[in-house]
Design a protein around this ligand. Structure first.
Ligand code: CO6
Length: 438
């Protein structure tokens, strides 16, 4: 099991009162300097966004800036009411571990003497990840976060904390409110150059009525910015998540991979999901096929195409969750992924990964294991294809291909094959899953 735990090194951000002074002989002020530190050898972090400028007034919990390590991005929030006196880094510069990040000037009434206060998730040891568990009923949150929850009539037991040991952060409460009210968190700004749609996908107007509109007028047409081609090459530094991808995938290729591929007949699951989809929607949750794919396996990471690139958050303790609860968790991870807010807790502790490449397209793949995990499955798109039923008749079937890669140092072909058969049998006979559901 040790092989399954994550070695991910999380950066931790600590703050320490910096200095005291007397202004106009009246107020004690102190400068609160956020210092960046990492207990596991990470030496620099990208400073990616700043939400304040020098001279700005900030209140407790206001976002100050976002810092990104190889694997996680963290929003640093103020723990005091005060004024931003100095920001040490520009956007996109590299913040150095152990050096100050920001100075906040606060009123003297808050002076308590030097102390160290952990703001974000500290580094978690390999062993701790091995035994990482959702803490269930026990909730951890600061008094201010509890007050925020109380003011919004939110039970803390219903919020999944993304802080250290499942601690509930202010962002978790805000995300919870956003989900309840249907508000959409702003995705990180990015511009994608999309290829033109294939000719077959473009609805062609009949020749006799060339001016007739094919799209319903109620559908708003998004303004797609035209890409500008300068004709010049330029060099892009590889940093943040991309840098992590270079490292992780180079390490991954040291693993002797073997591949195993099969097809799964999802016809019954397609029917079942269409029956349950509306019900889940009436409870405010999107139910795709992924919760079934995840439930049929175990404690699972999932490859996610996010605005920041490929990330692999994971759904923890799948064995204790219903399909609906997995869908809720998946919706939460997708919202955080789209907003570039996936935290260390969500990105570490997975055992193996499923990668639903079929939601974009494609049938087969050769997926690369994410170390220190031991296997990964790439899922192709569900296609309607002719197959024989048990009477030898040709029937319409919903077929999906799965391509597994496993670490041949730990798993042999027969083991992978038996696992795949069991996973496939759950999905081909979804009713059989009900027997084992908790
Ligand atoms: N076939 C057909 N239709 C699909 C499939 C497949 N496999 N998967 C999803 N869908 C449908 C899905 O049911 C939704 O339809 P409706 O519910 O009827 O509206 C729709 O497509 C959109 O699904 P969505 O993507 O929103 O949700 P889903 O839960 O299926 O997937 C996700 C969530 C986070 C996995 C996905 O959004 C995503 O990011 N996919 C890309 C993952 C990726 O980039 N993998 C590549 C990693 S690198 O492994 C790698 C080596 C290579 C292969």
């Amino acid at each position: 099991h040790r092989h399954c735990c994550s070695k991910l090194q999380a950066a931790c951000f600590v703050s320490q009162p910096h200095s005291y002074s007397l202004i106009n002989g009246k107020f004690h002020l102190f400068f609160d300097t956020y210092k960046i530190s990492s207990s596991r050898g990470r030496h620099h972090l990208s400073f990616i966004t700043r939400y304040v400028k020098e001279g700005d007034k900030v209140s407790q919990f206001d976002s100050i800036c976002e810092v990104q390590s190889d694997k996680a991005s963290v929003t640093i929030t103020s723990r005091y009411d005060g004024v931003i006196r100095k920001l040490y880094y520009d956007v996109d510069s590299i913040a150095l571990v152990g050096k100050p990040l920001v100075d906040i000037e606060t009123d003297g009434g808050q002076v308590k003497g030097p102390q160290e206060d952990v703001v974000e998730t500290p580094a978690v040891s390999q062993e701790e990840h091995t035994h990482q568990e959702i803490k269930g009923l026990k909730t951890q949150a600061t008094p201010a976060v509890r007050r925020l929850a109380m003011e919004n009539n939110i039970k803390l037991s219903e919020v999944v904390g993304t802080g250290k040991d499942g601690r509930i952060l202010k962002e978790d409460i805000l995300n919870f409110i956003a989900r309840q009210t249907g508000a959409i968190l702003p995705p990180a700004p990015f511009q994608e150059i999309r290829p033109p749609p294939p000719a077959a996908a473009v609805p062609s107007a009949p020749a006799a009525k060339p001016k007739e509109k094919m799209t319903p007028p109620s559908v708003p047409t998004p303004a797609i910015p035209k890409p500008v081609f300068t004709g010049k090459d330029h060099t892009e530094p590889i940093k943040g998540f991309q840098k992590a991808m270079v490292k992780t995938m180079s390490a991954a290729l040291k693993i002797p991979h073997f591949g195993y591929k099969d097809e799964v007949d999802l016809s019954q699951l397609v029917r079942l999901r269409s029956e349950l989809k509306g019900l889940a929607e009436s409870r405010g949750v999107k139910l795709s096929y992924m919760p079934f794919f995840i439930k049929a396996a175990h404690n699972i990471g999932l490859a996610m195409d996010t605005s920041q690139g490929l990330l692999v958050p994971n759904v923890k303790n799948v064995q204790m969750l219903s399909v609906f609860e997995i869908a809720v968790e998946l919706n939460r991870l997708q919202t955080l992924g789209a907003a570039g807010q996936l935290g260390t807790a969500d990105l570490t502790g997975g055992t193996f990964t499923v990668s639903n490449i079929g939601s974009i397209g494609g049938t087969y793949a050769k997926p690369v294991i994410l170390p220190p995990e031991v296997a990964i499955g790439a899922l192709g798109k569900i296609q309607v294809l002719p197959r024989f039923n048990h009477k030898g008749e040709v029937v319409k079937a919903h077929i999906m291909n799965v391509s597994w890669s496993a670490d041949h140092r730990i798993i042999d072909g027969a083991t992978m094959c038996r696992f795949s058969n069991l996973w496939r049998s759950y999905l081909e006979n979804p009713a059989s899953m009900v027997l084992d559901l908790k």
